[in-house]
Design a protein around this ligand. Structure first.
Ligand code: ADP
Ligand code: MG
Length: 364
């Protein structure tokens, strides 16, 4: 009796928390790739969701602190990082729109988080593979009550042009979706997409990506008893490098790419801050990226941003501007996320919690 009430109370509370669709921001610090000495590490300390950066005199104060929902230090494993992403995956099957994206300068670990390293194994797989794995597993577990259809789309935004990379290396029409029934199908598609991704050499990293890469997963679930249909959607976005380029160093195509990237990342920042200020007009249409993510940024959706930083001293300028961008995003309080079906039930849940609390009080 008593324990059951407590348990139920907690479950309902979690559900209400779940329905509060505010944006979450997790920060991940890449480990040193070369030799490390204390003089070259800008990360002073990480504790309880706060990260402190040692800054050289030319950046002002000697130490700056930033707070986020979660901070993953250099030794965090792919598995640990995914563990805190899991609840979002479940909610896609419950009919929510979800957007997970990786932000940071080139070389800070975005692709590592989303896909994994080049020598991919089961243990170092990134969020994309794990998310799809979970999705199919949960769909299988619900087989008796729901019938799910999953289809994916690989999209690349390069110089403000949308390209669909899902099929055989051809640039197929935007609307085309590929139906998938296992993680293996998706891995095939992702390999094709990776090969097709436009890559340009920069001074920082010749594997660097100058395009936004988006894996979109559409889920349709039919409730086998009521016949009702739920639709959920998940965008997994590996953003182009956020570094400011020195205009004196790049020209031609590289300069054009950099300008497009700057434009779309600042459009993303503008959309989020305008949501934060609850402006009537949200400028989604200022970039292809924000148009594509429109349904997953705002009161209807759940959004998770992984912000990546490099620990090296020579990256400190970019590290600070990345953390400032992320801080702006992290302060957003979005409205309750809504399930894509008619019965929105935050109010119901609140009422039930009130009832349970009353029941609990009567027991005491
Ligand atoms: P980005 O996509 O932001 O340009 P990458 O993901 O390609 O950066 O990371 C740059 C390099 O650092 C790659 O060689 C990658 O394998 C390595 N790396 C990034 N993050 C980690 C990590 N958490 N642990 C180990 N190696 C990492
Ligand atoms: Mg990358």
């Amino acid at each position: 009796g008593y324990h059951r009430v407590l348990e139920e109370n907690r479950k309902l509370y979690n559900q209400v928390q779940d329905l509060k669709g505010n944006i979450r921001v997790y920060c991940r610090v890449r480990p040193f790739l070369g030799r490390q000495s204390n003089a070259t590490n800008t990360v002073d300390c990480i504790e309880e969701g706060t990260i402190s950066i040692n800054t050289p005199p030319k950046y002002g104060k000697g130490r700056r602190s930033f707070s986020f929902n979660k901070i993953f230090g250099p030794s965090a494993t792919q598995e640990e990082v995914f563990e805190d992403t899991r609840p979002l995956i479940r909610s896609v099957l419950d009919g929510y729109n979800v957007c997970i994206f990786a932000y940071g300068q080139t070389g800070s670990g975005k692709t590592h988080t989303m896909s994994g390293p080049k020598d991919l194994t089961e243990s170092n797989q990134g969020v994309n593979y794990r998310a799809l794995g979970d999705l199919f597993l949960l769909a299988e577990q619900r087989k008796g009550t729901f019938q799910y259809d999953v289809s994916v789309q690989m999209i690349e935004i390069y110089n403000e042009q949308i390209r669909n990379n899902s099929q055989n290396g051809f640039n197929v029409p935007e609307a085309s979706l590929v139906r998938v029934s296992s993680t293996f199908d998706v891995i095939d598609l992702m390999n094709i997409g990776q090969r097709n991704r436009a890559v340009g050499a920069t001074a920082l990293n010749d594997r660097s990506s100058r395009s936004h890469s988006c894996l979109t997963v559409h889920v349709q679930g039919r409730d086998l008893t009521s016949g009702g249909v739920l639709r959920g959607c998940m965008h997994l976005v590996d953003l182009a490098g956020s570094e400011r380029v020195d205009k004196s160093e790049v020209t031609g195509d590289r300069l054009k790419e950099a300008q497009h990237i700057n434009k779309s990342l600042s459009a993303l920042g503008d959309v989020i801050s305008s949501l934060a200020q609850k402006n009537a007009h949200v400028p989604y249409r200022n970039s292809k990226l924000t148009q594509l993510l429109q349904d997953s940024l705002g009161g209807q959706a759940k959004t998770l941003m992984f912000v990546h930083i490099s620990p090296e001293l020579d990256a400190v300028g970019e590290t600070l501007s990345t953390l400032k961008f992320a801080e702006r995003v992290a302060t957003v309080e979005l409205g309750a996320a809504r399930v894509n079906k008619d019965s929105s039930d935050v109010k119901d849940l609140k009422e039930q919690i009130a009832n349970l609390k009353a029941a609990l009080a009567r027991k005491e």
